[in-house]
Design a protein around this ligand. Sequence first.
Ligand code: FHN
Length: 414
Amino acid sequence: MEDTKQQWFKDAKFGLFIHWGLYSILAGEYKGKKTDHIAEWIMNHLNIPVEEYRELAKQFNPVNFDADSIVEKAKEWGMKYIVFTAKHHEGFAMYHSTSDPYNIVDATPYRRDILKELQLACEKYGLRLGLYYSQAQDWDDPNGFMQYRDNSSKDFQAYLDNKVKPQLTELLTGYGKIALIWFDTPMETTVEQSQSLVDLVKSLQPNCIVSGRIGNNLGEYMTTGDNFVPRLPYEGDWELPATLNDTWGFNKDDHNWKSPDEVIKLLLKVNSRGGNYLLNIGPDSLGNVPGGSIDILDAVGKYVQANQDAIFGTKRMTYYPYELDWAEFTQKPHKLFIHILKPKKVIEVINVNNQFTKATILSTNEELTFQNLVTCEGSHMVEVRIPKSYHAKTNYCICLEMKEEDPIFEPLEG
Ligand code: FHN
């Protein structure tokens, strides 16, 4: 895998994933049966026949969908890009596909091309638009793969030629600049088949990035497992796709929301290890974004906005040997940022041997007292005193300026 040459992706740090499709109508339940799995997989897990599932399109009328307000919110939350499910495994096109009438304009009473609306909103607010496209699994197309089924009799190449390539061409020619194609679940796609999709994308939009899930190691960045955070910094470009509860598509019964504190910690962990955090919302069948996700993202967005300097433009952290429950670090040349996640009166960071010159609260510039010290065990450390007004606070950031370009962390020894 060769890293992308697109600098914006390396700098992005935070993006919005939107999983939306006909599955939002079922919201985790079909004919009185609830799915235990992620809601967008309901067709597969509850064995809904294709013809029955297709009927859902006739009811899809998301009158409350407002591309402008979603993109405006994403900008407010500090996100730099959006990835929208143009076609998920269910096979339904959430844009006006000219090659397949099973799409949001031709098959629903709604008749609006929401992807066009998202494109215009992204252009208005200056966010990049990426498109999720399920290139291998398609439970509607007789030749698309379906996990947990026998796929041996399928003519997968015919599906690629007759559905995937025409639709990718539409997506890459009809909706302005596409920042990336978020391919997913390659399953048995061969190297040649993956390569042919990469070639198609690049022939239409050379700057469009191909996600790690194209398969066969042909993507331009590493995509982690869903909600799986690498334990250590990862050398290349990478992204973590993540949920706010336990599903991507809307599930009316899933209220297992992460707290804003957890999400802030995860964002910082991912950023400090060099990755982008692609965080999901799943609108309901009317186009409403669940209030639970808005509340979390509003709180997270406040942190991001107040501490932009410690998030954007930071680089992968120098390896620090400890995991702390009260802090995450990020770094820039001559600056070490300590994100304080638990109440503290004084902070001590051990095994660090820099000459620190100044300490401030990042969001207010308030100067703090600090000392470069040696611990009684013999390692170097920095001690920063926290002003009284902050003793009970969490989620603020301390900026330590230092003479050296990078933090010098001492390894564990003896
Ligand atoms: O099967 C999909 C799933 O529905 C969802 O889209 C996630 C997002 O990363 N990707 C696949 C599973 O990894």
